[in-house]
Ligand binder design. Structure first.
Ligand code: NI
Ligand code: MN
Length: 239
């Protein structure tokens, strides 16, 4: 596909972190983890601007750089209510705390918070703070294109509802196994979501994250699903 022709550019920063630049030149950073992210190319750890930041859950490999980047670039931070309170205590003011099933608009883009099965504790000073529930986001762009960032999740039956209500053009799915879906489960997720393209994520960062795009293609074939797996390399942009 040519994402550039569709007017946006989606770059994988490694692990579950994605940078999206929309047709309207909005920069969206999903799950801000770059500084200590071993998969993030060095030159992509710095930003010119960040307009919106989404946070799927409270784990460090998803929001490790949220406070620093939010203070520096003053984006609208879209996250669950508890994480918005946490960020508020850290001095991040421009948060948009929301709940599952809701859609919030920020700078002409729509953010729908959807279900995920995982956990969301926030490690802070040797303690684990309650971080609300984990979530995924369906982001609706200016031209109606939908991108589903699943966050960390198991496959779950509500994905059929996401497929019905907000059928995504692109699904960013974890496939690493151990903490999230494996390729086998991601293929079943895809059957419910019916995306045109899958960009696999949350694999390869550490040895324990064993899922591969090739395995996902095999599993999709077993289910007779004709969905293209776009395996980006960290730093690569969908085009
Ligand atoms: Ni996690
Ligand atoms: Mn994770």
């Amino acid at each position: 596909m040519s994402a550039v022709n569709r007017g946006f550019a989606l770059t994988w920063l490694g692990h579950h972190t994605f940078k999206l630049v929309t047709r309207g030149s909005r920069t969206v950073l999903m799950d801000p983890w770059v500084e200590s992210n071993p998969a993030c190319p060095k030159e992509l750890k710095t930003f010119e601007k960040i307009d919106v930041m989404t946070i799927s859950h409270g784990h460090g490999d998803h929001m490790g750089d949220a406070v620093t980047l939010a203070k520096k670039f003053k984006p609208v931070v879209v996250c669950n209510f508890e994480i918005s309170l946490y960020l508020g205590r850290k001095g991040v003011t421009n948060t948009l705390g929301m709940g599952k099933g809701g859609t919030a608009e920020a700078l002409g883009l729509k953010f729908t918070m959807v279900h995920a099965i995982h956990s969301s504790g926030i490690e802070d000073g040797g303690q684990v703070l309650y971080g609300g529930e984990p979530a995924g986001f369906v982001i609706t762009l200016e031209d109606g294109t939908r991108i589903y960032h699943a966050g960390d999740t198991a496959v779950h039956a509500e994905m059929a509802l996401i497929g019905e209500l907000y059928p995504p053009d692109i699904a960013l799915l974890p496939i690493g196994d151990h903490y999230t879906m494996s390729p086998r489960e991601a293929a079943v997720a895809a059957r419910m979501l019916k995306p045109r393209w899958i960009v696999p994520a949350h694999y390869g960062t550490y040895p324990v994250l064993t899922g591969t795009p090739e395995a996902l293609r095999e599993e999709l074939k077993k289910l007779d699903l004709d969905i293209e797996v776009v395996a980006l390399r960290p730093g690569e942009t969908l085009s």
